[in-house]
Design a protein around this ligand. Structure first.
Ligand SMILES: [Zn+2]
Ligand SMILES: [Zn+2]
Length: 153
């Protein structure tokens, strides 16, 4: 479930983000981006739809999907699908990137603080002559709660 925290991002941040990518700012686009901005984890279209409804924003699920596709195309948001999930998740594309731990039991996602791949990327550059432009990393396992709740195989 998505909990709506108090708005951390100001409206002007969202407008600036849209303007940078040449996307017209609309009520729905702003509402969706605000949700993503204030969420610690990437959200599915369904979660966004439900959170918006709770927030009394009237929107169709198909509009949420269409808006997310458009924002992905414009590279305002990043779309990714986690292992074991059939629904894509969306997050705002920031200059600095994030990694996360995903619990295979309760599907909780915990953002990781550092990137373990920086050194590895440097090595790829010098040893293999690769120009690395980015990477994706998710760590899977049992979170603290699930580890203690269920007997392990
Ligand atoms: Zn768990
Ligand atoms: Zn990284």
């Amino acid at each position: 479930m998505v909990s709506l925290q108090e708005n951390k991002s100001s409206e002007s941040d969202i407008n600036a983000l849209l303007a940078k990518e040449g996307v017209k700012s609309t009520k729905h686009r702003k509402a969706i981006l605000e949700l993503l901005e204030n969420s610690d984890i990437p959200l599915t279209a369904d979660e966004i739809f439900l959170a918006l409804k709770e927030n009394n924003t009237s929107i169709w699920l198909s509009t949420v999907y269409r808006t997310l596709e458009m924002l992905t195309e414009k590279e305002v948001v990043i779309k990714s699908t986690l292992m074991g999930e059939d629904k894509a998740r969306y997050e705002i594309k920031h200059d600095e990137h994030k990694h996360r731990f995903v619990c295979v039991e309760c599907h909780k996602m915990i953002p990781l603080l550092d990137c373990p791949l920086e050194e590895f990327e440097k090595k790829l550059k010098t040893k293999m002559d690769f120009d690395v432009t980015g990477h994706n990393l998710e760590i899977y396992g049992y979170c603290h709660d699930c580890k203690h709740r269920a007997p392990q195989k």
